[in-house]
Structures are given as C-alpha cells and as structure tokens.
Design a protein around this ligand. Sequence first.
Ligand code: NAD
Ligand code: UDP
Ligand code: UDP
Length: 323
Amino acid sequence: MKRARKRSLVTGGAGFLGSHLCERLLAAGADVLCVDNFFTGSRDNIRHLLGHPNFEVMRHDVTFPLYVEVDEIWNLACPASPVHYQHNPVQTVKTSVHGAINMLGLAKRTGAKILQASTSEVYGDPALHPQPEEYRGNVNPIGIRSCYDEGKRCAETLFFDYHRQNGVNIRVARIFNTYGPRMHPNDGRVVSNFIVQALRGEAITLYGDGSQTRSFCYVDDLIEGLIRLMDAPDDLVGPINLGNPGEFSIRELAEQVLRLTGSSSPFLLRPLPADDPMQRCPDIAKARRFLAWEPRIPLAEGLSRTIDHFTEALGLRPALLAS
Ligand code: NAD
Ligand code: UDP
Ligand code: UDP
C-alpha cells in the first residue's frame, strides 16, 4: 500500500511493534525517523533497515524534549511486557506521561498528526466482556500494574486535552495482546515465553490455573489497523480497539504451542501475578465499521510463523524434528 510521502517519526521504533511499523512505512514510501532509548528495543530489530536511504535512527528518551520537523508521529515508546514495565515503574509512568506531553508539544508546534499506542490495559480487569470503547474500565490505581495502566490512561487524557485545547490532530488506538516475529525471547510475555520454553524443552510456566483469557492478534494485522487509523478522516480520533476477537484461555494457548512445536514440555504452575486480568476480548465493531479492518491471521497460523522465527533466531529446531 502506497501513502503520500511523509516524514514519519516512530517513537519506540526499535521495539517489537515499532520495528514492524518502520518497515511498513518505509515500504509505503515514507521517510522514517526511529527514536528509541533501547530499553527493551534493540538494533537487531532494525538492522535490516539501517542501510535504507529513507531510514534514520536516533537514540533518545522521550521523557526529554525532542525538536525535529515531522509530518506524523507514531508514539509507541513504552515497555509493554509486565516484567519490563514493572522493572522501573517510575520510569514507566514518566515514559507514558512526560513522553506524551513532549510528543504532543512537538505535534502542536509542527502541526503533525499524532497517534498514541494505547492499550487494552486501560480496561483493567474488565467487568464488561467483550470490551467496547465506551467501557471505562476497572483499574487498580495503586497496584503493580498501575504504572502502565494509569500511565496509558493519563496519556489518553493528555491526547484528548491537547486535541480540545490546542486543536492537535490525534488518533488513539487501544491495542490488545499482539504477538509475532521479533518479540524478544526474554520479553516475559506469554506467547514468547511459551514458544521459547516449548522449543527448548523447558517447562511451560502457567500462571494461576491458566483459565484467564486473552485475545491474540498477529503483528501484521495490527500494523495494518494502525496505518488505517492514522490515514482515516480527521474526525476519527478514537479511541478505537485494535485486536483479534478470537479469545483463548492461557491453558489453551499453551496446548496449541505444544501441538505446533511437537514439544512434550510439562506444565509448571506458578502463582497468578497480582491484578492479572481474568478475561480480555476486544469488541472491534468500530474498527470494522470505520476502518473496514479486521484481523485475517488465525492464531494457529500466526503461532506457526512466530515459532519459525524463534526456531531460527535461537538456532533451535522444533522438538518434532529434533529426535
Ligand atoms: P516493546 O517493549 O518491544 O517496544 C517498546 C519500545 O519503546 C522499545 O524499543 C523501547 O526501547 C522503547 N522505549 C521504552 N521507553 C522509552 C523511552 N522512554 N524513550 C524512548 N524509547 C523508549 O513493546 P511493543 O510490544 O513493541 O509495544 C509498543 C507499544 O505498543 C507500547 O507503547 C505498548 O504499550 C503498546 N502496546 C503493545 C501491545 C502488544 O501486545 N504488543 C499491546 C498494547 C499496547
Ligand atoms: N516540546 C518538544 N518538542 C517540540 C515542542 C515542545 O519536545 O517541538 C516539549 C516541550 O519541552 C514542552 C512539551 O513538549 O515541555 C509540551 O509543549 P507545550 O507547547 O504544550 O507546552 P509548553 O512548552 O508551553 O510548556
Ligand atoms: N502468563 C503465563 N505464563 C507466562 C507469562 C504470562 O501464564 O510465562 C499469563 C499471564 O499471567 C497473563 C497472560 O498470560 O494472564 C498474558 O500475559 P502477558 O504478560 O503476555 O500479557 P498481559 O497480562 O499484559 O495481557
């Protein structure tokens, strides 16, 4: 898909989603400036883009001001895995809140359009299921996940206040669990954990009894949704849910990963972390209606592609072939 030539700033561009987005934007003809402090991102994720004449990388922390000239801003900078965002919770809040203020200040000065990578975590442990955008959520403001949840909620507030107060052209996407190639093997999120454990023949760490649910979206589908939202008419500010409505228990996910890898790893039951949401599934009626978007890659296919990636990246062979 071609887009008008734009100077596109991607914060968090060396991360999992950011690197896929940079790749797609370059392919569509953009000049891409990738800004990242490399906390959870890595040069490996963007190494294949480094020689591209329209690609530039800047090491920078978005909690500090940034003066560049751009046409659009994709604000993805923020660790997304609970293990990483809980490592330095104060920095996580600063990244979401100060990062949003700086990027919105930049958008205000340059007139750039700006998209926020928000999250299904704004719904917390939801009492309404599936979650439509109108649902205001059930978030613990003082728990161990709050630095992420409340930081992202405050970022949404800032986006809408800059929109109302300063006329900034905003887009807010609420992204549900997304997986795929280039997740870091030690990222700590469930899909990468299970695949790496299965491929290595290590125990599958199931938190709680595995009955909690998530809805997993393959990365290519998600990136397509983000681009459609950015390119939508200006009155479509969101927030808009982007995710795959196929809902699975974590135990079902583990069983699929074992089946697809041919692994016979045993389960290792671990306590459920505090405030871990018990269910999550997006209502994507708005994305269907206004963006003509819905995910196309079913879980089994997306997992297979991700397994292939990890098999190669880790120099491993699926257990099926190993004997
Ligand atoms: P990721 O951890 O792979 O990427 C985040 C990137 O942001 C990394 O490259 C990291 O180094 C960078 N970063 C972190 N703090 C920074 C700072 N202060 N300044 C500059 N760069 C910084 O995570 P991801 O899965 O690619 O997530 C990208 C965005 O999408 C995040 O904002 C996340 O909250 C959001 N999101 C992701 C998911 C998902 O399932 N992947 C779901 C909901 C929301
Ligand atoms: N900012 C930035 N780049 C810019 C313009 C602003 O990083 O090109 C930062 C600036 O540091 C400021 C923040 O964005 O703290 C918010 O900008 P705004 O204009 O809203 O606020 P003000 O400068 O009036 O405090
Ligand atoms: N989870 C698990 N084993 C793991 C990692 C995660 O059972 O090794 C569970 C976790 O408790 C949660 C779900 O999988 O219920 C999704 O976790 P993840 O960290 O991927 O994302 P989030 O909780 O932010 O949706």
